[in-house]
Write a protein that binds this ligand. Structure first.
Ligand code: COS
Length: 381
């Protein structure tokens, strides 16, 4: 039996987050985008309302919600502003490796902190020379007595300068590729760590993105997440869970682009009538709606599968790739509908188009999603 209905609780959750996005985030989004600043007061309000860290289990003081609920929160937060929302929703990316492979003490300490106070964690995998090729990381670790010592540089780390703790992937032996990588969790004020904010992003500019440098940073034995050498698989399993969330980001941006386009098309006049009367515009609006509905179905299906505990790598990649690519087209068409005004910074669709581009890049590019999908297809024949 299929049901496409949200439960009454999910509807209420979605409506509440939507109201928050409209009342608290949208009015300041353009300003913070321009300033490249994250409004921490908004993050704190969202935390108080329970919109951050949805998947922290109740045992550690969280709400213990599922992937589907997380996606509903994400889509509405991102509807407000992808840049401001990103730091909040990225807490879940940091929490996932601990949920997947962390031990009791790690969950209690780090997930417990997310639930107890408005705070951030960060997921640090990407490096200056290793993005798509996750097994090619060079950040190294060596064992010294009962500790691990980290050296190397991470790039493009969301929450990098504001996080209290990092989940870090490092290798003991580059030649061993996947097998050499382990996952660690450590406090961001550990001696030997420096984090610097990276500036001048095209979109999602309010979000904190950082370079993190590790120089002889010591991690105690208790900071090893999962088994030694299992780090690559922890990262991959994390992405299986997080990629549908990018599908939800796509829904948020696309819904906003459609809403803004519908409004504008019914106000703007040309040739003596509103432009919504022209089929050229109607077809663009209709295509937006079709694609938005399709990305919703794919994302919710991936989320539902994960909530059932079903393997979801391929569907997660469908949701991520389709959502990101169609959002790029949808926001480009929104700018087209707005014409010259769409090209100006004062109008929201210009920002939506800039924000959309990053969906095709982070958490695995659109091309990497196709690699994952093709490998699954070829394995199945
Ligand atoms: N779950 C569990 N295990 C997985 C897995 C998954 N989803 N995906 C791969 N693995 C396992 C494989 O089964 C294989 O295991 P064995 O060594 O036991 O056979 C191992 O991991 C290596 O897998 P694979 O050979 O597929 O690795 P590749 O180096 O070829 O890379 C891709 C695979 C390209 C898919 C991976 O590097 C990737 O996802 N890159 C993108 C990284 C990314 O998203 N970065 C953005 C970060 S922004 S937060």
């Amino acid at each position: 039996m299929y049901s496409f209905d949200l439960s009454p609780e999910q509807r209420q959750l979605k409506d509440t987050v939507h109201r928050f996005a409209v009342e608290e985030i949208i009015p300041v989004a353009a300003e913070y985008d321009k300033k490249e600043e994250l409004p921490l007061d908004i993050c704190h309000k969202a935390w108080e309302l329970g919109f951050l860290n949805p998947q922290v289990p109740t045992t550690y003081g969280g709400l213990g919600l599922g992937v589907m609920d997380t996606c509903l929160i994400d889509e509405e937060m991102i509807y407000g502003c992808a840049g401001i929302a990103l730091n909040m929703v990225a807490n879940n990316l940091a929490a996932l490796p601990l949920l997947i492979a962390g031990d009791e003490a790690q969950k209690k300490r780090y997930l417990g902190q997310l639930a107890a106070e408005p705070s951030f964690g960060a997921f640090a995998l990407t490096e200056p020379g290793a993005g798509s090729d996750a097994a090619g990381i060079t950040t190294s670790y060596r064992k010294v007595g009962d500790e691990f010592v980290l050296n190397g540089t991470k790039h493009f780390i969301t929450n990098g300068t504001i996080a209290d703790w990092y989940v870090v992937f490092a290798t003991q032996d580059r030649d061993d590729r996947h097998g050499g990588i382990s996952c660690f969790v450590l406090a961001s004020d550990t001696p030997g760590i420096t984090a610097n904010r990276m500036h001048n992003k095209m979109g999602q500019r309010a979000s904190d993105t950082a370079e993190i440098v590790f120089e002889e940073a010591h991690v105690p034995r208790v900071g090893l997440v999962g088994a030694e050498g299992a780090g690559f698989k922890v990262a991959m399993r994390t992405f299986d869970h997080s990629r549908p969330e990018v599908g939800a980001f796509a829904i948020g941006i696309s819904q906003r682009a459609l809403d803004e386009s519908l409004k504008y098309a019914q106000q703007r006049e040309a040739f003596g009538q509103t432009i919504a009367n022209f089929q050229a515009i109607q077809f663009m609006l209709a295509d937006m709606a079709i694609e938005l509905e399709a990305m919703r179905l794919l994302t919710y299906k991936a989320a539902w599968m994960l909530d059932q505990g079903a393997p979801a790598s391929i569907v997660s990649s469908y949701a991520k790739a389709f959502g990101a690519d169609r959002t790029m087209q949808i926001t480009t068409n929104a700018v087209q509908i707005f014409g010259g005004y769409g090209y100006l910074g004062e109008y929201p669709v210009e920002k939506l188009m800039r924000d959309a581009k990053l969906l095709q890049i982070y958490e695995g590019t659109s091309q990497i999603q196709r690699v994952v999908i093709a490998r699954h297809l070829l394995k199945d024949v």
